[in-house]
Design a binder for this molecule. Structure first.
Ligand SMILES: [Zn+2]
Length: 386
């Protein structure tokens, strides 16, 4: 199911076999939050070179319903996207919702997460088991177990409890996953048995020792992929935190060194092109972020070095709202082979974005996603693991 390319020892790479085709890694997957990449068709997406998407379990459940998706033949049949799909657990959205509005009905216990659904006003319950059931109905190729993140400034007691609960939930999730797929533990460990992949998420907040304890406990249970969630909620420590490489970079490096070599590593929510490059260099394999599409809608365009308004290590960013582009007839990036750069001038795209036209969002998103897929290919060509 997960085949590492043993010929190239300078970089972790290989392919993941799924029911919807092989997926080469390292891989970047854009977030199709509501089951779609906003303003784009799946054909548009495919043409950008993107080969997998991440969709959001809770939002799909709230807006469409997994029962309905299953009745319509599953996500792939419903949408026409026939490449790999990763579903998250829904945990982070529920956790954020509960953290923002704690009350009697919004709470997390060992059993799971209770909350009032802002869409329907109804009382809902997301447990390790129901998260797996919803993901199974969606029919995703890569699934994620429910975990409990911690808040900024979480005490050691809270971190310890979150790690214990995350481990317990991971065990319960795996049990339900095996049941749903009619598998034994031996089947799970047999590479010849075709099945979806299962991801556990390492907790431990900003405490490295507990991150390691969490990882070791999850490895003991046994998963295909080990994930690192974004920063603890509201934690202000960023990539540029006082540590030389940034707090999150230090954590990514620390965890990668502790992870089993033959399992995949998924850095949830990473990130900017520079951060992707760094994460790959220290041994991470899977990534997702909303950045290229969200930024596209704001005219924040990724281009080659020295032609944008702001320089980064390996690229620059062009701010299309800048008035200097008002009469600019050139493409976003003349070296880019995407549909947008072949057909559209900066001046026209700037105008479309300015008036909030969907066609402008589409054209800008096509370019940014094409940039990301090309950037990943470039990293694989040039980069080496440290
Ligand atoms: Zn382009």
């Amino acid at each position: 199911m997960i085949n590492f390319d043993e010929n190239d020892r300078s970089l972790r790479k290989g392919k993941i076999e799924t029911a919807h085709g092989d997926l080469n890694f390292p891989v970047f997957m854009p977030d199709a939050t509501y089951g779609t990449i906003s303003n784009m068709s799946f054909k548009d997406l495919e043409e950008t070179g993107i080969n997998a998407i991440v969709t959001n379990t809770l939002h799909l459940e709230q807006k469409l319903g997994s029962e309905k998706i299953a009745k319509l033949g599953g996500f792939h049949k419903l949408t026409g996207w026939d490449k790999p799909v990763l579903t998250d657990s829904g945990g982070f959205q529920v956790f954020s919702l509960i953290a923002r509005r704690p009350n009697v009905k919004n709470k997390i216990t060992d059993a799971g997460c209770s909350f009032v659904d802002y869409e329907s006003g109804q009382y809902k319950f997301l447990s390790p088991e129901t998260s797996q059931q919803i993901q199974a109905k969606i029919g995703s190729d890569i699934r994620v177990v429910l975990d409990e993140p911690v808040l900024e400034n979480a005490s050691l007691t809270d971190i310890k409890r979150s790690v214990e609960r995350t481990t317990d939930w991971a065990k319960r999730s795996k049990k339900m996953f095996l049941e749903l797929n009619n598998l034994s533990e031996d089947d799970f460990n047999n590479p010849k048995v075709k099945r979806p992949l299962l991801t556990a998420v390492v907790q431990g907040g900003s405490n490295f020792e507990y991150r390691k304890i969490s990882l070791e406990a999850l490895v003991e249970v046994g998963f295909d992929i080990y994930g690192l969630g974004g920063l603890p909620l509201q934690l202000k420590r960023t990539w540029d935190y006082s540590h030389e490489g940034g707090f999150y970079k230090e954590l990514l490096q620390f965890l990668a060194e502790s992870m089993p070599k033959d399992k995949l590593r998924y850095a949830l929510g990473v990130g900017t092109p520079d951060n992707l490059k760094f994460a790959i260099s220290v041994g991470w394999d899977l990534f997702d972020t909303v950045l290229p599409t969200r930024n596209a809608r704001h005219g924040y365009i990724y281009v080659k070095k020295e032609i944008g308004d702001k320089e980064y290590d390996d690229y620059s960013v062009l701010h299309l709202s800048n008035s200097r582009y008002e009469y600019d007839e050139s493409p976003l990036d003349s070296s880019c082979g995407c549909h947008t750069c072949k057909t559209t001038s900066r001046a026209y795209l700037r105008y479309l974005l300015k008036i909030g036209e969907g066609s402008g969002y589409r054209l800008a998103s096509i370019h940014n996603l094409h940039f990301y897929s090309q950037f990943m290919e470039k990293i694989v060509r040039e980069n080496k693991n440290v």
